[in-house]
Each structure stands twice: as C-alpha cells, then as structure tokens.
Write a protein that binds this ligand. Structure first.
Ligand SMILES: *[C@@H]1O[C@H](CO)[C@@H](O)[C@H](O)[C@H]1NC(C)=O
Ligand SMILES: *[C@@H]1O[C@H](CO)[C@@H](O)[C@H](O)[C@H]1NC(C)=O
Ligand SMILES: *[C@@H]1O[C@H](CO)[C@@H](O)[C@H](O)[C@H]1NC(C)=O
Ligand SMILES: *[C@@H]1O[C@H](CO)[C@@H](O)[C@H](O)[C@H]1NC(C)=O
Ligand SMILES: *[C@@H]1O[C@H](CO)[C@@H](O)[C@H](O)[C@H]1NC(C)=O
Length: 950
C-alpha cells in the first residue's frame, strides 16, 4: 500500500519534471496522444463514429479533445452522449493537465479507475448515466481542485468513503451521486466542511442514518435532494435553518419523523418558519411527519411549491399558509387534516393547483375560491365537506380539473359550475348528495375528457345537449334517479369509450347510435327499465349479459340474453328502414353543431383573398432601403450556382453578402412562373411588408422590376428548426429543452401576432419545422407566408448546401398545408382558418416531444401524430417523455439534474399539443392562449434552471 502510494507520487513527480523539460518540443502532446489511443483501444463500440478522426496527426483536432493555448497538453476531454461502449482505461490518468473530463451518458462499464486520483488539476468530472459499478474509489479524494463531481445514474455500490467527503470538500460546488445503489451513512464529520457546496444530490440510493450535522456549515447550499433513501431521524431542522440560500428542498420518500419521533403531540417543525426565505420548493411527501402545520410557514415568502402529502399531519390548515403570495402548487393530500378549508385561500393570487384530498376536512367549500383566477386543478375529494357547491366557483375560469367526489355535498349542480367551459380534463362530483336535474350548461364543456356524476340523487332526463361535450371519453351517470331515454346524441360522441348509466330509472330503447359507435368499449346499462331487441353487433359485440342485467324488457342475441320471439324478417326490414331514416336525421342533427362551429369561428376567419383586398385598400407601405439589381448580382456572385441554397417551382433562392456585410437570402421569382405562382409571390411580398414582429421573418427589401422580381431576406445562420430536429448524420442537435420551449414560445408569439395583432390578419397555412428559421442567437422566426403547398425540389439530391434552406411553393387555392400538419377539417372543404394553424402548431409541439415526423408516424403506425400520442395518454407516456429528455439533454456538456422539471414541462407540452390538435376546430385554443401558456412554461423552466446555472 505504502509502496504503491510512493510509486504513484514519484511518477507524478517525474511527469512534472519531464513536463517542464519537454513542453517545448511537443513530446508531452505525443504522450497525451498515446494515452488517448490507449483509452480508445478499450472502447469496444463506437456506433456514432465519434472517434472517427482519432487517427489524424494533430491530437488537438480530435473530436472531443481540447488542448491548451499552445497545443502542448490536453486539458479537456468531452465525449458525452456518443453511445460509446467499453471500459474506461486508466491510461486517461496520464493526461496530467486535464481540467475537465466528461464521459457522461454513454455505455461505459466496469469500475471507475482509481488512477484518476492522480489527475490533480481536474476541476470537473462527469461520468453520469453510464453503467459503472463497484465502489467509488477513495483516491478521488486526492482531487483537491474539484468543483464539479457527477457520478449520478450508474450502478455504483458500497459506502461513500469518508475521504470523498472530507478531502475534496473545500472546493466542491456540485456533488451528484444520485440514482445509484450506494449504502451506508452520509459520513460528513464535523471537521469536513463543504463550504462552497451549492448542489447536493444523493436521491435514489440506499442511504441510511440521519442528515449529518456538519452539513450546516454548507451555508451556500441551494439545492438539497435526498429523496428516496431510507434516511431516518428527526427532520434535520437545525441544519436546514442554517442554509440561508436554500431554494429547493427534496426530502420526500424517506422515513423522517418530526420532533419527538414518537408521533405523539410532536409539532411539525416550527423550523419550517426558520428555513431560508429563498426557498422556492419544498417536497416532504411520503415521510412520517406528524403534528399540525405550523403557522410560521408564512415566513417562507418565496415558496412556489409545497408538498406535504402522505404524512401524518393533523390539526387544521393554518390560515397563515394563505399568506404565501407566491404559492403556485400546494399538496396536502393524504393526511389527517381536519377543520374547515380557510377562506383565505382566495388571497393566494397565483394558486394553480390545490390538492386537499384524502383528509378529514369538514365545513363548506369557501366562496372565496372565486378569486382564484389562475386555479387549474382543484382536488377536494375524499373529505367530509358539506353544504352546496358555491356557484361562484364558476368564476375560476381556468379550471381544468374539478374533483369534489366522496364528500357530503348537497344541493344542485350550479349552472355556473356546469358552464366551466375550460374544464378540459375531468369533472368528478360523484359520491355526494347532489339532487336536481343536470344543467344544460354542461354542454359547454366541450374540452372535458371525463364526467363522473355517479352515486348522487340526480334526477329528470339526460339532456341530449350532453352530445355537445364533443371531447368526452368517459361518462358515468350511474346510481342516480335519471329517467326517460338515453339521447342518441351521446352515441354520436366521436371519442366516447366508456358509458355507465347503470342503477337509474331509464326507459325506452337503447339508441342505435351507441351500437354504431366505433369507439365505445365499456358499456353498462344494467338495472334500468330499457326495452327492445338487441343484436350483438357493433359496439355490443363484446358485451355480455352483465352489461344489461336487471332490464326485464330487453331481448336479443347478446350472450346470455333472452332471445326475442318475433319475425326475423320483419325485424330486418324495420332495421333497414330505421337505418334509412336514422342516417339523414343524424346528418341534420349533426349540422347545427358543425354550423355552430363555423359561426363561432367566423370572426376569426381571415382568408387570403381578404388579405389581398385589404392590401388594395390600405395602400400604405413601409420604406425599404433601395438595393439595386446590380447590387444583388454582386452580392450573389452573379447568382452563381455556388450561392444557390434552394429552388422550387417558384424560382430560386440564393445566399449573398451585401457590401455592409449583411448576409442575405434572395428569393427570385422565376420569370416564366405561371399566374398562380406569381400571385403567391405577390402575396408573400404583401404579407412580409406589413408584418413586423421579432418572431416573423422581416423583409430587407423587395426588388420589383418588370423582368426581375425578388424578395431580399436576412440569411438565417442557424438554418431551419427542421435541420436541428433531424440533424444529418454526424451532427448533433444543439437544442436542449430550454431552447426548444423558447423556440415554441417564439413561434406561438409570431403566430398570435399574425392572427390577432397584425394590421392584416394572416393565416399561415403551412406551419412546420422547415418553415421556422433560427437566427444567430437561436430566436425562431416564422417564414414562408401565404403559401399553401410546398414544392420542394432542392436539398440533398442536388447536393446544395442546406445550412439555410428556404422552402417555397405555390398555391392552388384549395389544399392548405403539408401532409401531417394539415388540419382534418381542411380535407372536408373548410377554408383556411386560424384554427387550422393552431392544429399545425399542435402537431409541431407533439413532433418536438416525440422526436418523430408526423409522416413517419403515419407510415409506421398508421395514425396521425395526435392519435398516436393520444393512444399513450395519460398512462403510457413514459417512453415518449424519456425519449424527449434523452434528446433534449444533449446540449449541456455536463448534465445537470433537472429531469424532474423537464418531465413536468414535457408533459405540459404534450397536453398542449393534444389540445391544439383536437379534431373539432372550435375547441382548440387560440394562438393567444397558446402563446400565454408556453410563456408560463418558459418562465417555469427558466426560474428553476436559473438555480442550476451559475
Ligand atoms: C482515418 O481513418 C479513416 C477511415 O476510418 C480514413 O478514411 C482516413 O483516411 C484516416 N486518416 C488518416 C490520417 O489516416
Ligand atoms: C485525506 O486527507 C487526509 C488528511 O486530511 C489524509 O490523511 C488522507 O490520506 C487523505 N485521503 C485521500 C484519499 O486523499
Ligand atoms: C436512474 O438510473 C437508471 C439506470 O440505472 C436510468 O434508467 C434512469 O433513467 C435513472 N433515473 C433518472 C430519474 O434519471
Ligand atoms: C425571493 O427570491 C428572489 C429571487 O430569488 C430574491 O431576490 C428575494 O430576495 C427573495 N426574497 C426574500 C425575502 O428572500
Ligand atoms: C322485438 O321482439 C318482440 C318480441 O319480444 C316482438 O314482438 C317485436 O316485434 C320485435 N321487434 C322488432 C323491431 O323486431
């Protein structure tokens, strides 16, 4: 042992001496080269050819390798996300000038070489997301310069050696050992101080014991995540109260108990009030914390998220909690909280999610909820709430989920609440004491996916207007006292999968429309008084008698059902007659709905023809710099083929440089272009001239001579979004999630401007990744206006430089958009509408998240991107989310722990994408709504990630 240590030190000494002597003649770099080659020799698979150029003579030009200024030594090796496989060779330890080593997100296996302990200059090391196993070598304790250490998401085992904490502690700012199988205690003795530490991430291990007292010296700590371990003891109150910079605290899924630990009369840490006022997020769910929520919680003035779910909290909810003005999400579910819901909740202006479910709360739902204009999700189920549903709840116009089930709520369903038309996920009022009839306003819920009103005393008939809840997939009206027939309109609901009307007093025949539905899978008609003859066809083919129990007057061919005694021929004839009669009725019944949608949309429908008319009327134009034909010739080298960056039916696009060094793209109209094409060209000029927005491509000038017509646009150095989403091989996308969300936000802003604010309203008609360009700081600009169909000739085949592809096409006045992005209603002869653009935008969102082209999904899965994603929603999204996180994580050279935030954001994007691509154009949000929503998302993403980036 002593000997080995000695020899390593002497080697180090030799290297240093050697270094001084030989740096001049470049021997050192040859040694570094040898070390790297030895490292490469241990790599068994390099599917992306990441090390392709590791045979050239100049080491400093090898991919992933960075040298110092003089090219004498390798100072950085960054090979993240290259799918490399094999062992990590100890030879890397000879790169003695190495400052940064990043091998994260590959398939490296085996152990972490102990020899790394000799890389004494190393400042950052990331080996996260590999398959490394064994112990963390104690030798890493020699790395005194280390500021960043990330070994997260491997298969490391054993205890975290004390030297790791103690010896590197002085400089370390970021320590991530999360998601391994590390055991033992967090051995941080009192003399070991993490003075500089900002991030300590040890989540998902098997750590035991208590949170070490010495951590209280880490006063710079901002992010502490010990979630999912087996830590015990009292909540580390004293320690936490010293961390004055703490912003995020994650202690969920442990076995922390509150003071006293005996669950008797112990108070939930009044420390909560002594924690850093900077704290933005606290997750303490799934522990053994008992006692009441202390009123001192109101001191945490910067709190946006508080999660105390699944603990043993009791007492009532302190009204002081409602003084937290920044609070956005509050989870207190699954505790033993009692008493009333404080009416002061109405004073929390940004509250978006309130989950008080599964407690023992009593009293009524406060009227003050009406003030919560941003409330989106309200969960009060499984309590002992009584009284009536306050009609003022109808003022929470952004509500998406309302779940009041399993309480003792009485009275009728207020029409104001039934009219919450934004409710887009579900309404659950089941298992209460509600009575009266169903308010017709329910029909306004045209985005809601599920309605559950079961187990109440609701009466009267089921209104046929429920057929207007066109997004409905699950409808449960069971165990009430509804009478009359089931309206046929319910069977016409395009997405209805599940219908339960059991245990009511319904009569008459079961409507044919239910049987004809292609989506209905689960049906329950039992214990009513239905009559008539049924066949086991259509949606009923998979049903058994169980779905029809307790209806004495039903007969037919359903398995187990009484056979009908009648003349089959007559039956058949009647069926045919019926179907002849019913079809036209359906068409007519369906018509007002379609017509209605038309009507609602009308104020927003601007067709392109209207634009041309308006152009004639306004006649005002902005002044543009004069650029002569001659100057354009000079700029593009006489429109030389080498400057051609794209071409189509419409003409050619050249890139060029003006005398003042402005990079431009010149779109030249083919002189032989036919009428349609020149009209489309004219249209694009008109639109470009009049729109002015940071997210719409702006025009530099227009050259309009009889024999030469061209639009001059700025050249976008970063090409189109398409280039980045699907980089050609060898390149890697540089779009991380923050950037993607920012791009989506840019596009939404640009589109909202086109639809709502521009001097003439414009429907784009062809929104897709290739029509979104990125400028030098990656701001997205929408391009290609008023062009309905794409004619793309250029690109790969003609081997044209596609770094700044412009696509262009022509209009034939009928088809609008590109396959995969085109709204379904366009296929039915609907004219171009803003809702069509919203659809295309939704496809874009889903495409970005799924990482697959809509056409690819169409070919491989045989469904639209919307349907494909929807078929995974909401329970089977994991693979899509994982895929998105994986793709999005590429940009950062060193991966930070933000996957949880990313997951949230990705889920939001999916939901938004699904809402934008709804089949019915009327229920899609406007581009303004969408832009708002993404704006929030962007903020959300920025604020936590601000915490991550120094
Ligand atoms: C490096 O290897 C590639 C093939 O893998 C070969 O095309 C190239 O010529 C080699 N370069 C040198 C400098 O040997
Ligand atoms: C850690 O530091 C202590 C003294 O502070 C020293 O005795 C020990 O050898 C060091 N261990 C490592 C692995 O650096
Ligand atoms: C944890 O590590 C496993 C592999 O060991 C990985 O599949 C998983 O994605 C990681 N979890 C997170 C949240 O990063
Ligand atoms: C709340 O957070 C903001 C931003 O992080 C910070 O500037 C402010 O000082 C904090 N407020 C308090 C009272 O700590
Ligand atoms: C249905 O069956 C009953 C006998 O149960 C018969 O009287 C009646 O004509 C049948 N109706 C039809 C439409 O076939």
């Amino acid at each position: 042992m002593e000997y080995r240590k000695f020899s390593r030190f002497s080697l180090l000494f030799l290297i240093i001496v050697f270094d001084a002597v030989c740096a001049e003649n470049g021997v050192q770099i040859l040694n570094d080269r040898a070390s790297l080659l030895s490292f490469m020799s241990q790599i068994t698979d390099d599917p992306k050819n990441a090390l392709k150029n590791w045979n050239s003579s100049d080491v400093c030009k090898w991919s992933g390798v960075t040298c110092d200024k003089n090219g004498n030594r390798v100072v950085k090796l960054a090979l993240s996300q290259k799918s490399l496989r094999g062992k990590i060779a100890p030879s890397l330890s000879k790169l003695s000038y190495l400052l940064i080593l990043d091998l994260s997100e590959n398939f490296f296996e085996g152990r972490i070489p102990a020899e790394f302990g000799s890389l004494s200059r190393l400042e950052e090391i990331s080996l996260s997301s590999n398959r490394l196993e064994g112990y963390i070598p104690t030798e890493l304790g020699f790395l005194h310069q280390l500021t960043y250490l990330n070994l997260g998401s491997n298969k490391l085992t054993g205890d975290i050696h004390i030297s790791l904490f103690c010896n590197v502690s002085s400089s370390l700012k970021y320590l991530d050992l999360s998601n391994n199988s590390l055991t033992g205690e967090i051995q941080l003795k009192n003399h070991c101080e993490f003075k500089e530490l900002k991030y300590l991430l040890l989540w998902s291990n098997h750590l035991v014991g208590t949170v070490p007292q010495a951590l209280s010296n880490s006063s710079k700590l901002e992010w502490l995540d010990l979630e999912s371990n087996s830590l015990t003891g009292e909540l580390p109150s004293k320690i936490l109260s010293k961390m004055v910079n703490l912003k995020v605290l994650q202690l969920s899924y442990n076995q922390f108990s509150s003071h006293n630990g005996n669950h008797l009369g112990g108070e939930l840490p009044s420390i909560i009030g002594t924690l850093s006022t900077e704290l933005a997020q606290i997750n303490l769910d799934d522990n053994h914390i008992c006692g009441p929520i202390p009123p001192q919680i109101s001191n945490l003035v910067n709190l946006t998220l508080l999660n105390l779910s699944s603990n043993l909290l009791n007492g009532s909810i302190p009204p002081e909690l409602c003084q937290l003005e920044t609070l956005e999400r509050l989870y207190l579910s699954n505790n033993s909280l009692s008493g009333h819901i404080p009416s002061a909740f109405g004073n929390v202006p940004h509250l978006g999610l309130l989950d008080l479910s599964r407690n023992k709360l009593s009293g009524t739902i406060p009227h003050s909820f009406a003030n919560l204009s941003q409330l989106r999700k309200l969960f009060l189920y499984d309590n002992q709430l009584s009284g009536t549903i306050p009609p003022s709840l109808g003022k929470c116009i952004n509500l998406e989920i309302l779940d009041l089930s399993y309480n003792r709520i009485s009275g009728t369903i207020p029409s104001e609440v039934a009219g919450l038309s934004r409710l887009k996920l579900y309404l659950n009022l089941s298992n209460n004491h509600l009575h009266g009839h169903l308010p017709l306003e329910l029909s306004k819920m045209d985005m809601v996916l599920a309605i559950d009103l079961s187990s109440n005393n609701l009466s009267s008939t089921i209104p046929s207007q429920l057929g207007s809840c066109i997004a409905l997939e699950h409808l449960n009206l069971s165990r009430n006292i509804f009478e009359g027939t089931i309206p046929a309109s319910i069977g016409n609901l395009l997405y209805l999968k599940e219908l339960d009307v059991s245990f009511n007093q319904l009569t008459g025949e079961i409507p044919e429309s239910l049987q004809a539905s292609s989506t209905l899978k689960l049906l329950n008609f039992s214990y009513n008084s239905f009559s008539g003859n049924l066949t086991n066809k259509g949606a009923f083919s998979s049903l058994t008698i169980e779905s029809f129990f307790g209806n004495k007057m039903l007969c037919g061919s359903i398995e187990g059902m009484r056979k009908c005694h009648g003349k089959q021929t007559r039956h058949l004839l009647v069926a045919i007659l019926l179907s002849l009669v019913i079809t036209p009725i359906f068409c007519i019944a369906g018509y007002p709905l379609v017509h209605g949608s038309n009507f609602r949309g009308q104020s927003l429908v601007f067709n392109l023809k209207g634009i041309e008319d308006e152009e004639e009327a306004t006649g005002k134009e902005r002044k543009y710099p004069k650029i002569s034909h001659r100057q354009l010739i000079e700029a593009t080298g006489g429109f030389s083929p080498s400057t051609l960056i794209g071409s189509g039916r419409f003409g050619h696009v050249y890139k060029g440089v003006l005398q003042d060094n402005t990079m431009i793209a010149v779109k030249v109209l083919n002189s032989k272009a036919d009428g349609d094409i020149s009209r489309s060209f004219k249209r694009e000029c008109q639109i470009l001239k009049r729109t002015r927005h940071r997210n719409l491509i702006r025009i530099i000038t227009i050259c309009n001579r009889l024999d030469f017509k061209a639009i001059v646009l700025p050249l976008m150095p970063n090409g189109s979004l398409e280039n980045h989403l699907y980089p050609s091989h060898g390149l890697k996308s540089r779009l991380d999630l923050v950037r993607l969300v920012s791009i989506c936000s840019d596009v939404a802003e640009g589109m909202a401007y086109l639809h709502h604010y521009s001097p003439m309203k414009v429907v784009h008609c062809d929104l897709k990744p290739s029509n979104i360009l990125l400028d030098d700081d990656m701001t997205a600009l929408v391009t290609d206006f008023g062009i309905s169909r794409l004619v793309k000739v250029a690109d790969e085949n003609v081997s044209i430089n596609d770094s700044a592809t412009y696509s262009f096409g022509s209009t034939d006045g009928l088809l609008c958009g590109s396959v995969g992005y085109i709204a379904p209603e366009y296929g039915m002869g609907k004219r171009a509408s803003p809702q069509g653009d919203v659809y295309s935008f939704g496809v874009l969102l889903l495409e970005i998240v799924a990482g697959r082209r809509p056409t690819d999904i169409l070919i491989k899965e045989g469904s639209s991107l919307h349907e494909w994603v929807k078929s995974h929603y909401p329970n089977r999204l994991e693979s899509i989310v994982e895929g998105a996180i994986e793709r999005c994580a590429t940009c950062a050279t060193i991966q930070r722990d933000n996957s949880k935030i990313w997951r949230d954001v990705i889920l939001e994007l999916i939901e938004l994408g699904l809402i934008c691509t709804q089949y019915n154009p009327v229920t899609r949000p406007t581009m303004l709504d969408v832009a708002n929503e993404i704006g929030h998302l962007k903020q959300y993403l920025y604020s936590p990630s601000n915490l991550l980036i120094e």
